[in-house]
Design a protein around this ligand. Structure first.
Ligand code: PGA
Length: 250
């Protein structure tokens, strides 16, 4: 059996105006010239989803959103549904990023509801989990992340494409990364938790590492046990850096 293709997904967060589309175009052109081993995605602000999807239409670059509302439509001023993202050209969506869990109090139950909504809309969910520094220092990392994964990834994902992203909160945007041993320990535990709660479906879904991934550390992280790709924040904003990470998975 051939190993599943890794997934390298960018997370632009709240960065990017019209001119940033150029970076997406560069990524799309480069992966058309030399198809990488990894599936390659850029999750961009909602305002850019449709323009990015149009700009890279026909390329292998997957365009994604960064959040969605659990319902398909309704009186939810300012929110965006999975169906709307899909209508705009998205094929993927990040769910439960720690920035949203912290800033908006998103619970595991809400993340699970959003994951069901993504599946309903035909989007591939990338469900994020991760411990805070205080939780790591208290020796609670594996309990926290395995608890999050069991409560945030609903059984309905079985049979659909989905990914989990392990993003230690203290490693996001800080330049700090866990040791390889810490990454492997977390990913192996997450794999066991996924298999325990989902059975066979939990065996193959990629578990991405996220948190200060950059061209200089990507190759090492990507070859770690049970690391099936990367979720890349800051380094996904520039095509050259992002492509170097995509190539690190070749
Ligand atoms: P970072 O962000 O790569 O800038 O640390 C990762 C993320 O938040 O997904």
């Amino acid at each position: 059996m051939t190993a599943p293709r890794p997934l390298i997904a960018g997370n632009w967060k709240m960065y990017g105006l019209g001119p940033a589309l150029e970076e997406g175009l560069k990524v799309a052109a480069a992966i058309a010239d030399a198809p990488p081993r990894a599936r390659t995605a850029l999750c961009v602000p909602a305002t850019l989803v449709e323009r990015m999807a149009r700009a890279v239409a026909g390329s292998a670059l997957i365009v994604g959103g960064e959040d969605l509302h659990p319902e398909a439509s309704g009186a939810h001023t300012g929110d965006i549904s999975g169906e709307m993202l899909q209508d705009a050209g998205a094929r993927m969506v990040i769910i439960g990023h720690s920035e949203r869990r912290a800033a908006y109090g998103e619970s595991d139950a809400l993340v699970a509801a959003k994951t069901r909504a993504a599946l309903r809309a035909g989007l591939e969910p990338v469900i994020c989990v991760g411990e805070t520094l205080a939780e790591r220092e208290a020796g609670r990392t594996l309990d926290i992340i395995c608890g999050q994964v069991k409560a945030s990834v609903p059984a309905e994902v079985s049979g659909s494409a989905f990914a989990v992203a392990y993003e230690p909160v203290w490693a996001i945007g800080t330049g700090l990364t866990p040791t390889l041993a810490q990454i492997e320990e977390a990913h192996v535990a997450l794999r066991a938790a996924l298999v325990e709660s989902l059975g066979e479906a939990g065996r193959t879904a990629p578990i991405l590492y996220g948190g200060s991934v950059k061209p200089s550390n990507a190759a090492e992280i990507l070859q770690a046990r049970e690391v099936g790709g990367a979720l890349v924040g800051g380094a996904s904003l520039k095509a050259a850096d992002f492509l170097a990470i995509v190539r690190a998975a070749d």
